[in-house]
Each structure stands twice: as structure tokens, then as C-alpha cells.
Design a protein around this ligand. Structure first.
Ligand SMILES: [Zn+2]
Length: 253
């Protein structure tokens, strides 16, 4: 690199391009850190939401079991009532005055017997439902425990990465700041403007396979030659990014 370190401290175009590419590399690194940190809190949040959902479901299952238990108690009470009625009717049978009374009481006794059978069937069904719910609770609890362990781990990772990357980011920012001071304001403003408008945050790109490294539109051979000469700052006519040759970016073709 031929540096024109004259009294005016003027940099060559090549120097300017080189510095801007270096700045690009630094800010891209900072972008990557931000992205990395940006995704982890989201993962933690997702896990927290999932756990809250599982806990609600677990609570609901427990409420359902309570309802089934209450239903079983209701049916047991019905059986007690029916049994009492049967006892009563049976004792009345001893004192019947005619066949009609006897038939009526017999029918009542039969009916209450059927009621008891029905209640017993219901109790069996509720018992099965309770067992099924208990199985579901067991599975759900295991899943919940697993998710809680995941959350503890992710939270730890997040804390670690936040503290680690914070230091790295600060270092990169400091380097970038120093570098920015050596780039003329007009170019730095252009750099920032281009970067802001670019979706991938790239303001300086190198030619890749005869195309702009930012928007991948083909660059004519003549323009590529001009870029290689490093005598003037050339921007992509499609995306406006500053283009350099791969060699200046330290890329071997
Ligand atoms: Zn382009």
C-alpha cells in the first residue's frame, strides 16, 4: 500500500477504501454480536411462555380431577339415598294391603336398584377418567421439569454471553471510533448513510464473481478494472454501496 504521508496528511484513495473496509469489518462484527444477543433473550422468553402454558394446563388437570372427585361423592350419596329408600320400601312390603300396593313398591325397589347400578357405573367411569388425568399429569410434569431445566441453562448462557460480548463489543467500538477519526467526515457520513439504507448493514463490499458483493448485480469489466485501480471511490449503480476489489479486502481470488 502506497501511503502518501505528506505534510498535509493526505491519504490515497486506496488508503481511504482500505480504512472504510476495515471499519465495515468492525461494524459487521458488532452487528453479529447484537444479533447473537438479540436471539437468546427471545429463546428465554419462549421457554418462559411455554412453562407458563404448561403450568396452566397442569392446574386445569388438577381442577378436573377435583371435579371428578366431587362427582364420585355425589354418586356415592345417591347410592346411600337409594339404599335407604330400598330399605324403607322393603319394610313397607310387610304391611301391604293389596296387590296394587305390592306392585308399586316392587317397582320402586326395582327402580332404586337400577339407580344404584347407574351410579356404580358412573363411579367406575369417573375413576377411569381420574386415572387417565393422573397419567397425563405425570407426563406433563416430566415435560415441565425438562423445560424448567432448559430455562435454567438458557438463562445461564444468556448471562454469560451478555457479559462476554459486552466486553468484546466495547473493544470493537473503541477500535471503530479510532478508525472513524482517521476517515474524512464527508466519507464517513456517506459510509453511515449507505449502511443505514442497506438491509445487511453493508456499506463497503468487494466484487464477488464479477458482481457487487452487496446486491449481486453484475459489474461490467471496465468498471471492475477501475475498481482494481483504486484511484477513485466507485459505488454500485444498483445499490449505491462502495465497491472494492477482493485483494484490497484481503480475499484471495
Ligand atoms: Zn450493488
Amino acid at each position: 500500500m502506497a501511503k502518501k504521508t505528506s505534510a498535509e496528511k493526505e491519504y490515497t484513495v486506496e488508503d481511504k477504501l482500505s480504512k472504510m473496509y476495515e471499519l465495515q469489518t468492525l461494524v459487521t462484527e458488532i452487528d453479529k454480536i447484537k444479533t447473537l444477543r438479540g436471539e437468546l433473550p427471545l429463546e428465554v422468553q419462549d421457554l418462559e411462555d411455554e412453562i407458563a402454558g404448561l403450568e396452566t394446563r397442569l392446574h386445569n388437570y388438577q381442577s378436573e380431577i377435583k371435579e371428578f372427585d366431587n362427582s364420585v361423592t355425589d354418586q356415592k350419596n345417591k347410592i346411600v339415598d337409594s339404599t335407604a329408600l330400598i330399605e324403607k320400601y322393603k319394610s313397607q312390603l310387610d304391611n301391604v294391603r293389596n296387590n296394587r300396593e305390592f306392585d308399586n313398591l316392587s317397582k320402586e325397589i326395582e327402580f332404586q336398584g337400577l339407580e344404584i347400578e347407574f351410579s356404580e357405573k358412573k363411579i367406575r367411569e369417573f375413576g377411569e377418567a381420574i386415572n387417565n388425568k393422573k397419567e397425563e399429569i405425570k407426563t406433563l410434569s416430566e415435560t415441565l421439569e425438562g423445560r424448567k431445566a432448559d430455562l435454567t441453562q438458557k438463562r445461564g448462557e444468556l448471562e454469560e454471553i451478555v457479559s462476554e460480548t459486552k466486553q468484546e463489543e466495547e473493544k470493537l467500538r473503541e477500535k471503530a471510533k479510532k478508525l472513524e477519526a482517521s476517515i474524512e467526515p464527508r466519507l464517513l457520513t456517506a459510509f453511515k448513510r449507505i449502511r443505514k439504507g442497506a438491509r445487511n448493514g453493508l456499506a463497503v463490499v468487494y466484487i464477488q464473481r464479477d458482481a457487487c458483493g452487496g446486491c449481486f448485480n453484475k459489474i461490467p469489466p471496465q468498471k471492475q478494472m477501475d475498481i482494481k485501480l483504486r484511484k477513485k471511490i466507485i459505488v454500485c449503480e444498483y445499490c449505491g454501496r462502495i465497491m472494492i476489489d477482493p485483494e484490497l479486502a484481503g480475499i484471495e481470488e
